[in-house]
Structures are given as structure tokens and as C-alpha cells.
Design a protein around this ligand. Structure first.
Ligand code: CDP
Length: 785
């Protein structure tokens, strides 16, 4: 009797090659734009060229006259069907097609459906819109000025440009702690607007079948079931007549969670025409109009004791929400999980206020590779931690060591109510410091300085909440944020697994099968994984905020255990013993008193269909809905060494060391890929990437000449290390990891550059740290925003 080797069958801990890559690298992926339906028409969107204007008239006659144009849809026509406006995921409203005003450059004004995409584009160009331009508001300062023009004059009772206010913590207690402080560190900074910019833009093919009344929509959604619920609510169609299919997705990063006007228009056009209507967004359309991220202004303070202990924290954040408040985040939190900031530090008390401003920019505030504004929170945290260490004249590593939550403090309740449950924070930090040779570097840095070279080291340590979330606190549109899995084991022991998550490149087809392998001993290669079709997948809340492993991954474990429980009954029957006498080891049940007498999970599967005991239902399939008891709290420590050229402000990355603790790693190779991708995005944010607007609200970053994506050429190498602290409540001890490096990484790069400038008195340069900004800081000795 040979034991099943878990790594050999591709179980937990195996660096199994990604099965989905077999089709991706051959160009055989099946993306929305690859799908062609018989009789399919093509839709193009006409976007506003200006940021703020009243629409005086729209003349569509020339567009209708173009041969091949089948439909020209305006806001007025949509309004006749009550669809000119739609609700957002943050309980605001958003224009589907503008009727009264345009409120950002790129806003959807009309759309044209034609026989081919080129004719549809010609149709858009033939539409004549008369605009009466209004002053554009491009930042919260302008928006919140007393005499600012009202952007959302469509909303009854709205008299200013404030879209929300939010507050959390203990103000009085925080004020008392600040009054006792030996020192107060203050930092103001802006986390600039960025864009998730997936390689594949958004798109949809809506197919309304007048004969059956069924609407099928193929689309680029990270959360197909949320979309189905939204369509059911907005279009008042019953769910069983709506099928949302998300085929392969070429990156999402949060950008493909919201409902965009383009989706709604393609659906409406298909209903009106009774034909399939395809909409494929172009790159500029995606950059200019779909969910942006960040754009948040912080002003905060830490109360410090002379010995380095942090006594309290407080900050205010203003967010630039664009024209519509359409953040995709749990209903309860107006500014996402920003109050998870400082969760890795033992700080007794804190107070946070936040305010959102409407501006004439694209709406969004999406969780771009992060759990609902956690990236901004952790960036501010690690920047002010570095500033506080400098103010105290303390080594930044030592300052962190003094304040990090100790291993024996778990479970640890943060001042804002989160419960962090596990971690080895100091061990991660020490491992990182050792790996980068911290002490030696400090000497090298001093010597280099004597020779006119500016070296700097930046540290960033953080825990973040991944896996929203438990039903007590987390819902979207009133639906709780659980997730689900369904497993069917076929007679020969092969299986199909479906989940409510939706991979956009994270490798779920590979890793979910590994969890089944771990639980049942079925080789991973024998488990096929399907996601993204609401007609077949169990109801789930989708993939964003690194929630897949913490929630859907847990559901995969739980459904596998249900299967195992039934297989045990079958094993007892086959072995002719009672269930209590049956033991389990990976892939096999055996008789406790005679270990050589056993049956494999595959033999149990066959028995489920051909030799079941009396009274036992045939078949071997089940499903599980998983409501996580808590978020998972991975920890990370990132260290970066840079050299800044004082003549030009150009900085080079010399080394990057990452230590990640995401609990048990299902597939170490995929985890390393996730961290590498996250660090690349962190480097991009700190070095080159931001979405800017001129005074008239024109979006400057609407193409890849202005909005820079790093290629392999400029991306530095990363040295990756790990610590494993299993999550105490996750069935296999895993924590999320997809976003950690994108969240924690940017501060390490920025801290490194500012460390290289530590003798200049400069405390802050806003991202991205372009050479001219760094040079300005060096030459003036002043902060640059
Ligand atoms: O929700 P999303 O898939 O974006 O993020 P995630 O749950 O952090 O997972 C990203 C990828 O890393 C998935 O393929 C996971 O299965 C894998 N992963 C892993 O192998 N081990 C972990 N502890 C966490 C994630």
C-alpha cells in the first residue's frame, strides 16, 4: 500500500504550473471580444469632449442616415425606459447617457449600433452635440470652496459638492493622548489618481432573445452574480431570465467590478433591436472613463512618546470621487477600509474623519488591487511612520520594532474595532533586515555620502484586511459577502468544481484544484475548475480585494469535506465495517484495526453511482456557502535600496527585498508571481504613474504615452522571502496575498528616496517621484506636492 504523495498529486504546497496558461500562451484564450454570435451588431459610445457642460441639443439625424447604422441611442431615449440613470454600488446615481449635463470628459453621451464597429464609429462622429461649457472642478479644494459651481444639480437637496462624510474612532480620547505627547509628527500628502489599466478593456455582448425573453450577457466582470443582481433590480427582469457569463478576463485589478454605462447600453440596445449587440471599449475610453483608483489627500498626526512609543493617531482624508460616487465597497463603509490603517502597530487610540468631494473627473474609487482604499491607508501609515522615526531621531527599523503588535498580543483589537488574529511581525521585519544586510548598508550609505553619492533605504511594514467579509459587517447592495463552491465527483473519481469567484489571471483553475487535492487526495489534474457563468456557478460575490482565497477558497475546502463525509459512508459500506471504524488518510479510507484493508476515494466515487448502501442517496456532489468568521490578516515587510542622482533627480533601484506572510501557501509559485506583480505596480506608482487633468478637466493620462506602465526592462529584480503563520480561522490556514505588495510596496520606494535626501530637510514628495520633482526637492530643500 503506497501512500498518496500530496506534492506529487499537485496538492497544497505544490508549485504546480498554471493549467490556464496552456491556452493563454497559445493565444487560445476565450475573451469577450473573441465571442461572435450569429447576427451580432456592434456598438460604439460617443463620449463628451469636455468636462463640464450643459447639453443644449443633440442632433442624431446624420448618424441615422449612414447605411448600416441600426440604432442611435440618446439619454432621452434611455430616459423613456427609465434607464438614463442607474444606481451605483455606493448608493449614489450615475448617468447612463447624459441628458442634462456632462460632468466629466469622456462621459457617455450617446451610442450607435451598426453592422460593423467602423460604421458605428462613423455614426458617433456624425452626431452633433451642442454644449454650453461650465467651469470645471478638478480637485477637492476647488470642489469644496464656498462659491464652487454645483456639479450634482440633478440630486434633490444637494447644495454643495460633498458626496459623503465619515468618521470613526474616539475623538476625545485621541485629543487627550495628543495633549500628553512628547512630540507630534504631522504629515500631509496626496496619493495621486491612478488607473488599474488591465490589458483587456471592458466590453460586453448583450443577447436578448425575444422568443424566450432570456437575456444573456457575455462581459468582462469580476463579479458576475453582482451584475446579475444589479440588472435584475435596475431592468426589473427576473434573475432566471438573466445569464451573465464572464469568459477569460485579461486583468481586472478592481476596474471590472462596477457596472458601466457601456454594459447597460449594450443591454438596452439588444432589447430594442432583438439582436446580439457587442461593445468593445478602446484603451482611451477605458483610461478616461472607467473606475479610477486613489486620489486621496491625507493630513494626519502621530502622538509620540520620547522612548518611541506611539500614543495615538489621527487623520483627515479628502477623496476626489469624480462626478458620481460609484466606489465598489461594502455598504457600511463610505471610505472603504481606510480605518484598517496602523493595524499592525499597537496604538491605543485614534480618530479618523473623511469627506468625499464631487469633481468633474471620471467616477471610480475602485479597489485597485486592494481591499477598498487600504492601499492609500497603508501608504499614509508607512510614510508617517518614517517621518515620526526621523522626528524622534530613531532608527526606522527600531521604531517599528518598538510599536509592532507582539506575537503574544493576538488576537489584537485595533482602536477602530478590527480583530487581527495572527502574525509574526517582528520576525518578518528581522528576516527582511538580515536579507538586505541592514547594518552593513547603513555604513555603506555613510561612506557613499562622503563620496557625493546619495543612497537611501526605505522600509514598509503592514498588515491588511483581506477576505471581505463576514455577514455581520459586509454586504454589497444588501447582499452579504459570502462565497461558494460546488463540487461534483464523477464515477471514475474525476471532478468538476465551480465557485462564485472569478479569476482575471490569478490562477484559480490551478489553485482551487489543489485545495480539492489536499482535502480528498484526488490528483489536481483530475479536477477541472469553472467560474464566471451565473447559470452554472453557485452564487458568489466575485473576485476583488484578494477575497478569493479567504472566502471562495475556504468554500472549496468546506465542500470537499462534505464530499469526504459522504465518501466515508460509502467506504464503510465497501469495507463492511461501521463508519466509526473507518480512518482517513489522503486519498484513502482504511479499517482502523487493519490499515491494509482500504478503499481509495476513486473507489468510493464509483460506489456512489453503482454500489451505494441501502438508504444512501446516489451521487457524490455537494455545495458549500462560506461566511468567513473574520477577515484574514497577512503581513508584509518590504525593503528598498535606491541611489538618487543629485544632478538630475533620477533614482535607480538597487535592491528590493520582500518578506510576505500570507499564511499557508497553496501554490508557492503563484504566490511569488502575485508578489512580483504587486511590487511591479508599487514601483510604477512610486516612480511614473498618475492620471492628471488640466485646469479645464481634460484627462492628460488617456493613453500609454502619458500613463506609463513599467515593462520588464525598467522593473527591478525582487528578492522574495516568506514566513508562514497559518490563519487560525481559515480551513487550510491560508490568507489572501494578491494585493499585499501593491498595497505595502509604494511606501518602501518613496521612503527610500526620502532617506537618500534625509540631510535636505525634505519630508515629502508626492508620488510619482518623477526626476523633476526629486530634483526640485533637492535644489530647494522643500517638500514637493
Ligand atoms: O482574490 P484574488 O484571487 O485576487 O487574490 P488571492 O485570494 O490572494 O489569490 C491570488 C492567487 O494566489 C490565487 O490563485 C490563490 O489561490 C493564490 N494563493 C495561494 O496560492 N496561497 C495563498 N495563501 C493565497 C493565495
Amino acid at each position: 500500500m503506497t501512500r498518496v504523495d500530496e506534492i506529487g498529486i499537485g496538492g497544497l504546497g505544490a508549485s504546480r504550473r498554471r493549467v490556464e496558461d496552456a491556452r493563454f500562451i497559445r493565444g487560445c484564450g476565450n475573451y469577450t471580444d473573441d465571442i461572435k454570435l450569429p447576427g451580432m451588431l456592434h456598438m460604439e459610445v460617443l463620449r463628451s469632449p469636455v468636462a463640464h457642460a450643459r447639453i443644449k441639443s443633440i442632433d442624431t439625424s446624420a448618424a441615422w442616415a449612414i447605411p448600416g447604422v441600426r440604432l442611435v441611442l440618446t439619454g432621452e431615449m434611455a430616459a423613456q425606459r427609465n434607464l438614463a440613470w442607474m444606481p451605483t454600488l455606493s448608493y449614489d446615481t450615475q448617468a447612463v447617457l447624459a441628458t442634462d449635463k456632462v460632468r466629466f470628459q469622456g462621459q457617455e453621451v450617446a451610442c450607435v449600433v451598426a453592422d460593423d464597429p467602423y460604421t458605428a464609429k462613423d455614426g458617433c462622429e456624425a452626431i452633433v452635440v451642442e454644449y454650453e461649457q461650465l467651469p470645471a472642478i478638478v480637485n477637492p479644494t476647488q470642489a469644496l470652496a464656498p462659491d464652487a459651481p454645483l456639479i450634482r444639480d440633478d440630486k434633490e437637496g444637494q447644495t454643495d459638492n460633498v458626496c459623503y462624510r465619515w468618521e470613526v474612532g474616539d475623538k476625545a480620547g485621541t485629543d487627550r493622548a495628543f495633549a500628553r505627547a512628547d512630540k507630534v509628527t504631522r504629515l500631509k500628502l496626496h496619493y495621486p489618481r491612478s488607473h488599474p489599466s488591465p490589458i483587456e478593456c471592458c466590453g460586453s455582448i448583450a443577447n436578448y432573445d425575444p422568443a424566450t425573453g432570456k437575456l444573456t450577457v457575455y462581459m468582462t466582470s469580476q463579479a458576475p452574480h453582482i451584475i446579475r443582481a444589479a440588472v435584475a433590480l435596475v431592468a426589473e427582469l427576473p434573475e432566471h431570465l438573466i445569464r451573465i457569463v464572464s469568459p477569460d478576463i485579461g486583468g481586472g485589478f478592481g476596474n471590472k467590478v462596477p457596472v458601466y454605462p457601456g454594459y447597460v447600453c449594450s443591454i438596452l440596445c439588444s432589447i430594442l433591436l432583438g439582436k446580439p449587440v457587442k461593445w468593445t471599449e478602446d484603451k482611451s475610453g477605458n483610461l478616461i472613463s472607467t473606475g479610477f483608483a486613489r486620489d486621496m489627500y491625507f493630513d494626519g498626526e502621530l502622538a509620540l512618546r520620547e522612548d518611541g512609543r506611539i500614543l495615538a493617531l489621527r487623520f483627515h482624508a479628502d477623496t476626489d470621487q469624480g462626478a458620481f460616487f460609484s466606489d465598489a465597497q461594502p455598504s457600511k463603509f463610505k471610505i472603504g477600509l481606510v480605518h484598517s490603517a496602523f493595524a499592525c502597530y499597537d496604538i491605543p487610540v485614534g480618530h479618523i474623519t473623511a469627506r468625499g468631494a464631487y469633481t468633474n473627473k471620471a467616477p471610480g474609487g475602485v479597489a485597485y488591487r486592494c481591499s477598498f482604499r487600504v492601499t492609500e491607508a497603508m501608504f499614509f501609515q508607512e510614510r508617517i511612520i518614517a517621518a515620526a522615526a526621523a522626528d524622534l531621531g530613531m532608527d526606522p527599523a527600531e521604531f517599528r520594532r518598538v510599536n509592532l503588535v507582539r506575537d503574544d498580543q493576538f488576537p489584537y483589537r485595533t482602536p477602530f474595532g478590527f480583530l487581527t488574529d495572527s502574525g509574526q511581525y517582528r520576525r518578518c521585519l528581522d528576516l527582511g533586515l538580515d536579507a538586505i544586510g541592514y547594518e552593513d548598508f547603513l555604513k555603506d550609505k555613510e561612506e557613499a555620502r562622503l563620496r557625493g553619492r546619495r543612497l537611501g533605504i526605505g522600509i514598509s511594514t503592514m498588515t491588511e484586511p483581506l477576505g471581505a467579509g463576514n455577514s455581520r459587517e459586509y454586504d454589497i447592495l444588501g447582499i452579504k459577502m459570502f462565497d461558494s463552491a460546488e463540487l461534483r465527483v464523477h464515477p471514475t473519481g474525476k471532478a468538476i468544481l465551480r465557485t462564485g469567484a472569478k479569476s482575471q489571471g490569478q490562477g484559480h483553475e490551478t489553485t482551487w484544484a489543489q485545495i480539492v487535492s489536499h482535502e480528498l487526495g484526488i490528483p489536481a489534474a483530475d479536477v477541472v475548475v469553472e467560474e464566471g457563468d451565473t447559470d452554472t456557478a453557485p452564487f458568489g460575490m466575485g473576485t476583488y480585494a484578494s477575497r478569493s482565497t479567504p472566502v471562495a477558497g475556504a468554500a472549496v475546502s468546506m465542500v470537499s469535506r462534505k464530499i469526504r463525509a459522504k465518501a466515508r459512508k460509502l467506504a464503510a459500506h465497501l469495507l463492511e465495517v461501521s463508519e466509526e471504524d473507518v480512518e482517513w488518510e489522503l486519498g484513502r479510507f482504511f479499517v482502523r484495526s487493519a490499515p491494509n484493508r482500504g478503499v481509495t476515494i476513486q473507489e468510493c466515487a464509483m460506489a456512489a453511482y453503482g454500489n451505494m448502501p441501502d438508504g444512501l442517496e446516489p451521487g457524490l456532489e455537494n455545495n458549500a456557502y462560506y461566511d468567513p468568521p473574520n477577515l484574514t490578516w497577512p503581513f508584509a515587510c518590504y525593503l528598498v535600496i535606491v541611489e538618487v542622482d543629485p544632478e538630475t533627480g533620477v533614482w535607480d533601484v538597487l535592491r528590493v527585498v520582500a518578506v510576505d506572510d500570507c499564511g499557508v501557501r497553496i501554490n508557492p509559485m503563484i504566490v511569488e508571481g502575485q508578489i512580483t506583480g504587486g511590487l511591479t505596480e508599487a514601483y510604477a506608482m512610486s516612480n511614473m504613474q498618475f492620471m492628471t487633468f488640466d485646469a479645464e478637466g481634460n484627462c492628460v493620462g488617456s493613453n500609454y504615452l502619458d500613463y506609463l506602465l513599467p515593462t520588464a526592462w525598467e522593473t527591478p529584480g525582487f528578492e522574495l522571502h516568506e514566513v508562514v503563520t497559518p490563519c487560525p480561522h481559515h480551513p487550510i490556514g491560508a490568507k489572501g496575498v494578491g494585493e499585499c505588495a501593491a498595497v505595502g510596496g509604494p511606501a518602501a520606494f518613496v521612503n527610500a528616496v526620502l532617506d537618500a535626501l534625509s540631510d535636505t530637510g525634505v519630508r515629502n514628495i508626492d508620488m510619482p517621484l518623477l526626476p523633476d520633482r526629486v530634483w526640485e526637492a533637492i535644489t530647494t530643500g522643500r517638500d514637493v506636492s
